[in-house]
Design a protein around this ligand. Structure first.
Ligand code: FEO
Length: 180
């Protein structure tokens, strides 16, 4: 059972994860416009990850008997000049999400909501990986600097990134995760 405060906070988080998906979709569009199909792929994989994050929250609230409240998703920025413009913004956004997950965890601890605490643990760990990925990308892009050849090589490498989260939720999130 969830408190109303926890239900509201989890619903807010669904919105933040959906916005994250939207933001990375926008970065994928921008990458395609720059002719960087590998980066476009990387961001589309990220989009799928965020949809999975959102759907996990959605399913958890439903399973706990909470009322799902879907809010409007804000328009993401679309004016990006380069990968080195996008990745620090990605990092900044992930740090915002990390703070939000930490706030949810603080609330679960405060309310002695052990089920939510255990559920949220997955996200705490996931955020470490999200920030690490962005740090790695920023470091590589700084090394490449203004070298177009280096950028093309990285673009080719990123074309190989595949989604390792379920993308079909027709059997629910848990069902999809078991199959995936
Ligand atoms: Fe859902 Fe990238 O955090």
């Amino acid at each position: 059972m969830l408190s109303q405060k926890m239900t509201d906070a989890l619903n807010e988080q669904i919105n933040k994860e959906m916005y994250s998906a939207y933001l990375y979709m926008s970065m994928s569009v921008a990458s395609n416009e720059m002719g960087l199909k590998g980066f476009a792929n990387w961001f589309m994989v990220q989009y799928h990850e965020e949809m999975y994050h959102a759907m996990k929250f959605y399913e958890y609230v439903g399973r706990q008997g909470g009322k799902i409240a879907l809010k409007a998703i804000a328009e993401p920025p679309s004016d990006f000049s380069s990968p080195l413009d996008m990745f620090p913004k990605t990092m900044e956004h992930e740090q915002f999400v990390t703070r939000s997950i930490n706030d949810l965890m603080d609330l679960a601890i405060e309310e002695k909501d052990h089920a939510s605490r255990i559920f949220l643990q997955w996200y705490v760990t996931e955020q470490v990986e999200e920030e690490e990925n962005d740090n790695d990308m920023i470091a590589q892009l700084k090394l490449i600097g203004d070298n177009p050849q280096g950028l093309m090589m990285l673009d080719r490498e990123l074309a190989g990134r595949a989604a390792n989260v379920p993308t079909d939720f027709s059997k629910g999130v848990e069902g999809a995760a078991e199959e995936g």
